[in-house]
Design a binder for this molecule. Sequence first.
Ligand SMILES: C[S@@+](CC[C@H](N)C(=O)[O-])C[C@H]1O[C@@H](n2cnc3c(N)ncnc32)[C@H](O)[C@@H]1O
Length: 245
Amino acid sequence: MLADGAGNPAIEHLRSLAAKYGGPVLQIGVATGLFALPLVRDGHEVVGIDLSESMLGAVRGRMTTEPADVQQRLTLETGDMRTLDLGRRFPLVTMPGNVFLYNLTQRDQLATLRAMRRHLTDDGVLVIDIFTPDLRLLAAGSGSVQSHRFRTPEGADYVAEQTVLVEPLTQREKLRMTHRRIGPDGVLGPALFTEMTMRYVYPAEMLLLLKVAKLRLYELVGNYATGQRKSAYDGPQVVVATRGE
Ligand SMILES: C[S@@+](CC[C@H](N)C(=O)[O-])C[C@H]1O[C@@H](n2cnc3c(N)ncnc32)[C@H](O)[C@@H]1O
């Protein structure tokens, strides 16, 4: 399922970083290509990595409708964010769309940061975009149910329902999702079930993780447009970092 990226401020923020730092861009956890496509359309070379062959297949399918030069600028490879070693370095290494939260242990988080670091040029920057844990949700405990509708770029309508199960001690959030396609007559199709587990990262924790991985925080963006944060828990947690301690 491909969510529509039109007007997404996270995408605009990534585009502005790519314009500033230039390519080639390494994108780890390329998923459906939502964040990679705007960059290749802008003229940047992008190397997109994902653990999932089916995700990479979705991006390849999506690319077939793009002009030949745009297609040529995107290279896709299977890889694990924790062990990735392409033997080359990039001025911009990106991990958008909460992919960092798929590291379920501190060991994996550090392995991922070190993998990102080894792909950075000496003056390159990395950017990790994750949500800031919602402490109100934590306080409310498990079991909250959210429901929303969305349309894919191909024009298919879906209704998604998700149940959030929170484990405060392990900082894990299990999402149980059900997607149903909405037919032209409003009749719902069969339910497709998916489940995923993420580990929350708190802002102060991220600062320590960066330090241990020998990365220096350059900017902690809490508002895509202004870059400012009102407090540590305001807005997304967009970490821009460089090599260094
Ligand atoms: C929920 S998706 C991100 C979706 C993104 N927001 C989007 O719309 O394009 C998470 C992605 O991270 C990938 N992923 C999870 N663990 C990974 C790992 N260890 N290494 C590389 N990719 C991984 C998954 O295969 C999936 O494509």
